[in-house]
Design a binder for this molecule. Structure first.
Ligand code: GLU
Length: 337
């Protein structure tokens, strides 16, 4: 399938029937989501996160939604959307209901900002990233901590930060904390960067704000994504709490890294899903790799279509453990090494 899909839906013929998808007794109320940002080609790291998000929700009989995280108009391109649709189709990932576009939801984002302002939990901030970095001297890759400079100045914005409580925010996390066993965990936002931006210096609502608001509006109950966003779960949960939007169950998955341990990036095109397709990689090879220990005794993908492979996976699906997953080479995916 190609083309831009504002508000459209995959043809019903490519949707699995519920009976095919849900061999286990499911929880019909689960709603997961795929939320690609059309800012570059999707790569194996995206495939890994999307597959697990899909398996996690589908294995419990839930529905999947698709949302374009296309709020940043300067970086989004229609050709990346077309490519992402082809990637999702290649991987056999289907969705239900209308496609949501974050860029269409500006009014809801503005309303949420007004509501938070009324609650008195925001403050205007005039700090630039540059002077925050200069004050905090963070280590490379570390989040810049906000020292509270503008919190009592009564500035009107346009940049707005949300105050964080002194006590940790409780979240339901099923993956990053699997080793501890408990699904409920606590994120201390005051120790994780402190007050965070909900609107930028140009007045644009932040990732934290739009994600919390849009997940809630779509009825999302399951959020599965890379573990680099675990702290964001605390921020998004805080926003939801303040706005009375309930909570989600989350799974922050191992990050896909290259052989030298670096996270895959949209700019490294060699493991772009479109390159894998062109090289003749079978999608079921990607599915088999994405399962931590391979398909296992109950999943024999040889000769299986991609939808048959998905059906096998969801019967016995378990979330992966660990901090990272090394990406295979194209040769390995082609069965040449
Ligand atoms: N659109 C984001 C991305 O592609 C996903 C954010 C999220 O899952 O909350 O990285």
């Amino acid at each position: 399938m190609t083309g831009s899909v504002a508000g459209d839906q995959r043809a019903p013929t490519t949707l699995h029937t519920r009976a095919e998808e849900e061999p286990r007794s499911g929880d019909d109320d689960r709603v997961g989501r795929l939320a690609p940002s059309p800012t570059g080609p999707l790569h194996l790291g995206h495939a890994y996160a999307f597959l697990h998000a899909w398996w996690w929700t589908r294995s419990r009989g839930g529905r999947m939604r698709l949302r374009w995280d296309d709020g940043d108009r300067t970086r989004c391109r229609p050709e990346f959307e077309d490519q992402a649709l082809a990637d999702l189709e290649w991987l056999g990932l289907t969705w239900d209901g209308p496609v949501v576009r974050q860029s269409d939801r500006g009014d809801a984002h503005e309303a949420a900002l007004r509501e938070l302002s009324k609650l008195g939990v925001l403050f205007g901030c005039q700090c630039t990233r540059k002077n925050l970095v200069a004050q905090a001297a963070p280590h490379e890759g570390e989040e810049v901590s906000y020292p509270g400079t503008c919190s009592a100045l009564g500035l009107p914005g346009p940049a707005l930060r949300m105050r964080v409580p002194g006590s940790p925010v409780e979240v339901e996390e099923h993956c990053a904390r699997l080793q501890d066993g408990a699904a409920v965990t606590r994120i201390d936002l005051s120790a994780e960067g402190g007050p965070f931006l909900v609107a930028s210096r140009t007045g644009i609502p932040s990732y934290q704000l739009v994600t919390a608001v849009d997940d809630a509006a779509m009825g999302v109950t399951d959020v599965a994504r890379g573990r680099d966003l675990l702290t964001s779960l605390g921020r998004q949960q805080l926003i939801r709490q303040r706005l009375g939007l309930g909570s989600v169950a989350a799974a922050h998955l191992p990050l896909v890294v290259d052989a030298s341990g670096r996270r895959l990036a949209k700019r490294s095109r060699d493991l772009a899903l479109s390159s894998l397709r062109e090289a003749g990689v079978a999608p079921r090879a990607v599915l088999a790799w994405a399962l931590a220990d391979g398909p296992g005794p109950d999943c024999d993908f040889v000769g299986a279509s991609v939808s048959e492979a998905h059906r096998q996976v969801v019967v016995n699906y378990r979330l992966p453990t660990g901090r990272s997953r090394v990406a295979p080479s194209i040769d390995a995916l082609l069965g040449r090494s």
